[in-house]
Write a protein that binds this ligand. Structure first.
Ligand code: HEC
Ligand code: HEC
Length: 176
């Protein structure tokens, strides 16, 4: 926990968008991510590839993962906010309705109307830092070597343009 706090905050509210907020996230989702950061036997790279977190996850037993996830999940998330008023309408449109002509489903259909997620499969998105969400959508787009731990998100992210990614990520930051 003390190790995690230096980047994610003692209460799971990180100080800036380089590190995700973990507070209030679904515990099963957090455990899955910690497992995904560890390379599976025989695999050259983990399905979620991040040098820092692969190092962190390597030091944790399965029980440590469950414990630390339960701790962060039980913390209250400090709300976030959108930075760019001009793109909020586009972000909201994508979040609630998807992008029909590109076959992008509404984010709300899996992540819930207020971004709270649906335990345990669909993570909470609301209140997360814009910068982190943009980075994850780009990582899902890249797939192998970056973030290759969910087919649906690979398909969704790959169909969004850079400006759509920025708009929806910023909208999500202020969603509650
Ligand atoms: C040196 C900084 C640092 C430390 C220390 C650290 N993390 Fe992270 N953590 C990160 C970064 C950066 C990411 C985003 C990785 C990415 O882009 O995939 C991350 C991502 C995560 C995620 C994924 C969150 C999500 O929403 O998908 C979890 C879970 C996590 N960290 C848990 C932990 C735990 C538990 C510890 C302590 C054992 C820890 N971290 C320590 C930097 C750190
Ligand atoms: C078909 C269901 C589905 C749809 C639609 C969907 N998602 Fe997801 N999303 C998921 C699942 C499942 C995960 C967790 C993947 C994993 O286990 O790592 C996820 C993870 C994410 C994450 C990573 C969260 C974190 O903390 O790292 C982001 C960001 C995200 N989705 C954004 C979006 C956005 C934006 C949209 C709409 C454009 C969207 N999703 C639409 C199912 C979906």
């Amino acid at each position: 926990m003390q190790v995690c706090a230096s980047c994610h905050g003692a209460d799971g509210n990180s100080a800036g968008g380089a590190y995700p907020k973990l507070a209030g996230q679904h515990p099963d989702y957090l455990v899955k991510q910690l497992k995904d950061f560890k390379p599976q036997p025989g695999a050259r790279q983990p399905v979620r590839n991040n040098a820092i977190m692969t190092g962190m996850a390597a030091a944790l037993s399965d029980q440590d993962m469950v414990n630390v996830a339960a701790y962060f999940a039980a913390q209250a998330q400090k709300p976030g906010y959108a930075h760019n008023k001009d793109t909020v309408p586009l972000g909201q449109k994508i979040y609630r309705g998807g992008v029909a002509d590109k076959g992008v489903p509404a984010c709300a259909s899996c992540h819930g109307p207020t971004g709270q997620g649906i335990p345990s499969q669909y993570p909470r998105l609301s209140g997360q830092w814009t910068e982190y969400t943009v980075a994850q959508l780009n990582a899902f787009t890249q797939g192998p070597g970056a973030r290759n731990n969910n087919e649906a998100m690979h398909a969704v992210a790959s169909r969004l343009s850079d400006s759509e990614i920025k708009a929806v990520a910023d909208y999500i930051a202020g969603l509650h």
